[in-house]
Design a protein around this ligand. Sequence first.
Ligand SMILES: Nc1ncnc2c1ncn2[C@@H]1O[C@H](COP(=O)(O)OP(=O)(O)O)[C@@H](O)[C@H]1O
Ligand SMILES: [Mg+2]
Length: 386
Amino acid sequence: MDAGPPDMRKGIRHLFRTRGALMERTYRALGMMSGTSMDGIDAAVIETDGDREVRCLGGLTTPFDPEFRKILFAMQGRKTPMAEVETALTLGHAEAVEKLLEKLAMTPEQIDVIGFHGQTTFHAPNDRVTVQMGDGPLLAGKTGIPVVHDFRRADVEAGGEGAPFAPVYHAARAAGLEKPLLVVNLGGVGNLTYIGRDGDLMAFDTGPANAPIDDWVARHGAGDQDTDGALALAGKAERGRITHSLRNSFFRKPPPKSLDRSEFAWELVKGLSLEDGCATLARFAAETVVQGRAFLPEKPKRVLVSGGGRHNKAIMACLAERMQVPVEPCEAAGWDGGLLEAEAFAYMAVRHLLGEPISFPTTTGVRAPMVGGKLALPSGRQAPAA
Ligand SMILES: Nc1ncnc2c1ncn2[C@@H]1O[C@H](COP(=O)(O)OP(=O)(O)O)[C@@H](O)[C@H]1O
Ligand SMILES: [Mg+2]
């Protein structure tokens, strides 16, 4: 980053259309996300004007089968994932669409657009490369619905971090809530979104969250996650090691910044028991969020937590103890913390259709607000009119 930290008061002015604009049309959009945890495909349908108005219609999560999850892991680090795997992943998404439409009693014609994130296999923003595996045209063909995909590429090619992207959606959903508000998403990696009094936005990856916990539990043959943080609660965190690991330059670097799943020092848990390792990793995940607080322009009034990590009682207890403000799962604000990211990509697909930006200098460090994604149309359907 040669430009230094961006002025966070700039960059967000373009987020929402000015008041008094004509009534905008509403789109029905389906978003799909499979995050760094590689636990499955989250899918959700929303209705939105791509601006401040959002109505959530429901969603579901389709877990990856364990064999396929192993294959996805094997694709990590690949700039060119295997074509067969990309096809299988895309067909899995087509099935998720079918299941969700059935659940919501909707037809493909009733969905204006799909936002298809795909599975990240390679993310090196400094080299201006990010790869999300997933075949947009194939998904459009299979579902009969226009698909926006490859959301992160334009941002990274323009010098941004290519993450996080959900902040634009958090800001829309936070419209009626007290500010400053902090939204913490605990997926494989943790990230936060700060929404200030004037709607100013700041976001960055805070550090590893569930991914190392999952890996640690799996390595002990104890399942694929620390459900509800039960193992962590039975163990003891190695605070000295945590303090030491927090000295890593990533945590001291001012935002914007993003983290890949694989970037993690195993020294933190080397030689520990299963429980103590879980306790240490859970506290570490929380402490990286606490550390991130130093970069915020103002102390938030409230913290809302989304992502699978909100179920980890050890992480939540540590956050509550250390943040000095109320920390709650985002359900406290009426948000579905398991579907939020999928909804966000539905919202971003609509913003693509409208030519509205999804990333900003204060979220990804990109120099100017960026529109993201590529549109793939199925035969017989045109792009929804803006
Ligand atoms: N009940 C639970 N208790 C503890 N951790 C959970 C629970 N449910 C999910 N998780 C964690 O959340 C992760 C998935 O979170 P998610 O928000 O889907 O992240 P991602 O976007 O990276 O896929 C899982 O890998 C798991 O570690
Ligand atoms: Mg997930």
